[in-house]
Design a protein around this ligand. Structure first.
Ligand code: NIG
Ligand code: FE
Length: 427
């Protein structure tokens, strides 16, 4: 084709072993989770931060005149990871609790004794906005180097009106100043704060009457609403946190405000939170470690994404992993996450979540990759924008250090992400 009639691209990524598109429409469910839409020896054309096309290199070279070329040196290209469940915005750490657990205390015992989430809430309440941002930024740096280009970020360590809003503010400040794009979630109902000890219903009153409306108003004026990025509302439905009736109050109040829903359910006990969240139309239901066959059947019949978190049982030294194999076999849409937080999963690595999921949940590497990209994007409401290498989507791509992308799950403990492209630029 003569140069003049060629389409203009800013960037052509060439000399790949394969481009693993993970193309939608999604979320992919059941057997479709094994279909990666991989194109051997493909190129990717990018303009203005978005993907123009992915296809065989000769065809793209004939179609596009590119200002720059990026040589993948025979490596595989995959979509940037979307981490759909994080508590990355916090102050302090819980390394002392790590030692207590090694000595025999359980996560729930530590929580019941006033540690756990309450301990991080003390540190987070004491932190200024600037301190919270500064404490979180290096964690986002690590996530980015490991290939995460979009992450959900929950509040839930403030647990009072001002501190919850400060966590949301920190999320917005980081979204504005760090390459990882963030999706905010209001999780005021993460734990009953110490000043409401024994009065969980009264705290739920505060969440419903004051904190949720304030969060909704904050969101409406935020950079997220302006960008069309949703803000979710989440609740920790668990013994020692919020029971089924309290969880229903929080989720129904959020729904009445027009906010999309998520829920932490079936992490340690099956309280019925899964059925509740699905009944109320939650976009995702997360954890699911103790979900039984009836819950798996509910997931298979639901449009919600099942976000499973293998890093949590791993970190807690448990073998009670969510039955992700059964979920996929039943036809559910499964996503993977790190759940990065200071207690149950101090882990920035989506490849490690994939590696554990393949070993202990028996997902195939292909299923784990779809779960970490396309399905994770759908779990945070951004399935039309990120999570796959398709025309029109943001050019968030990873050039790996291997021609065979399966090494992402096969190897562990290192980092096979050589280059992260965020909106078409190496970061
Ligand atoms: O997703 N389960 C509740 N919330 C977090 C843990 C937060 C923490 O331990 O600080 C989770 O595992
Ligand atoms: Fe969580």
């Amino acid at each position: 084709m003569p140069e003049a009639t060629m389409e203009q691209a800013d960037l052509l990524i060439v000399n790949t072993s394969q481009v693993v598109t993970c193309a939608g429409p999604g979320p992919r469910r059941g057997p479709a989770m094994r279909d990666l839409g991989a194109i051997p020896a493909a190129a990717v054309a990018v303009r203005a931060g978005r993907i123009l096309a992915a296809g065989p290199e000769p065809a793209l070279r004939a179609r596009f005149a590119a200002a720059h070329e990026l040589d993948a040196a025979g490596s595989a290209v995959v979509p940037g990871f979307v981490d759909p469940h994080t508590h990355v915005v916090y102050a302090g750490d819980r390394v002392a609790e790590f030692e207590q657990r090694i000595a025999g205390a359980t996560y729930q015992e530590i929580m019941a004794a006033g540690g756990g989430i309450a301990s991080t809430a003390r540190a987070t309440r004491a932190a200024s906005l600037a301190q919270l941002v500064a404490a979180t930024r290096p964690r986002l740096d690590r996530m980015l180097r490991l290939g995460t280009t979009t992450a959900e970020a929950k509040s839930g360590y403030g647990l009072d009106p001002a501190a919850e809003l400060r966590q949301l503010e920190a999320t917005a400040a980081l979204d504005a100043s760090h390459p990882v794009d963030l999706v905010p979630t209001f999780l005021g109902a993460h734990a009953v704060p110490p000043e409401y000890h024994g009065h969980a219903d009264a705290y739920v009153d505060l969440v419903v009457a004051e904190m949720l409306p304030a969060a909704a108003a904050w969101y409406a004026a935020s950079r997220f609403a302006a960008a069309g990025t949703p803000m979710f509302v989440d609740v920790f439905c668990e013994a020692g946190a919020f029971d089924l009736a309290q969880s229903r109050r929080v989720l129904e109040a959020a729904r009445a405000l027009g906010l999309p829903l998520k829920a932490h359910v079936d992490e340690f006990s099956e309280l019925g939170g899964l059925a509740l969240a699905l009944e109320l139309g939650a976009v995702s239901v997360d954890h699911l470690d103790v979900t039984g066959p009836a819950g798996v059947a509910l997931l298979a019949a639901s449009p919600a994404v099942a976000v499973v978190i293998p890093t949590v049982p791993f970190n807690l030294g448990s073998t009670q992993f969510a039955p992700a194999r059964a979920m996929v076999d039943a036809g559910a849409a499964v996503a993977l996450t790190t759940d990065i937080n200071p207690g149950s999963a101090p882990c920035p690595s989506m490849p490690l979540a994939m590696a554990i999921a393949c070993r202990y949940q028996r997902l195939l590497p292909a299923e784990a990759l779809v779960a970490a990209t396309l399905n994770a994007a759908h779990a945070v409401g951004l399935g039309q924008r990120v999570g796959s290498i398709e025309p029109g989507k943001r050019a968030d791509l990873l050039i790996l250090d291997t021609p065979d992308w399966r090494h992402l799950a096969y190897e562990f403990g290192g980092n096979l992400v050589r280059t992260v492209l965020k909106a078409g630029r190496p970061v």
